[in-house]
Design a protein around this ligand. Structure first.
Ligand code: RBF
Length: 165
């Protein structure tokens, strides 16, 4: 299936770990907040649906996607945080800026996850326009926030399996 057809809210859920004692940080870019708030809702609800406690989910807002990396690192450095979910929307084509932002954030999030040795999930939409963004923020293609949250849960389970962590 091409990524254009994928429904981001449809995923396999067998074997998910118990996350009732796991703590999550969700970092949300305020740029395009009409979309990123929906991504947050999706991520938050998915964590709750699969067993996270509301008290164990913290939200941090950053001005734009470019700032997701550093704030994610601040959360990931905290010993009590098990996974970080970074959410943003960078609309392609509106400005050449999108290339710089997307590459910087993708690379930055990868670096943070490796440095802090915990899941830091890239939940950044890179659509061509606002319609495509909304389609992936609770619209016809599901919600990227749901997918990012389930990815965080699966990575916690995998870490436990591999490292007995
Ligand atoms: N931040 C986003 O999260 N999404 C965007 O689509 C986006 N586009 C930007 C376009 C321009 C021309 C500029 C200057 C910034 C943009 N930003 C965007 C904000 C960026 O992530 C960061 O917050 C600022 O560059 C910090 O000053």
């Amino acid at each position: 299936m091409s990524s254009a057809d994928k429904n981001l809210s449809v995923f396999t859920t067998e074997g998910l770990p118990d996350i009732s004692n796991k703590k999550f940080a969700i970092v949300v870019a305020e740029w395009n907040s009409e979309v990123t708030d929906k991504l947050f809702e999706g991520a938050y609800q998915t964590l709750i649906t699969y067993g996270a406690l509301p008290a164990n989910i913290v939200r941090g807002n950053v001005p734009g996607s470019f700032e997701l990396t550093l704030a994610s690192q601040w959360y990931a450095q905290r010993a009590d945080i098990d996974a970080v979910i970074a959410l943003g929307v960078v609309i392609q084509g509106e400005t050449k800026h999108n290339d710089y932002i997307n590459h910087a954030v993708a690379q930055g999030i990868t670096n943070v996850s490796l440095k802090c040795d915990k899941p830091v999930i890239f939940g950044v939409l890179t659509p061509n326009n606002m319609e495509q963004a909304l389609d992936r923020a609770g619209g016809v293609h599901g919600n990227k926030g749901d997918e990012a949250a389930i990815t965080a849960i699966k990575m916690i389970g995998l870490k436990n399996l591999i490292l007995n962590d």
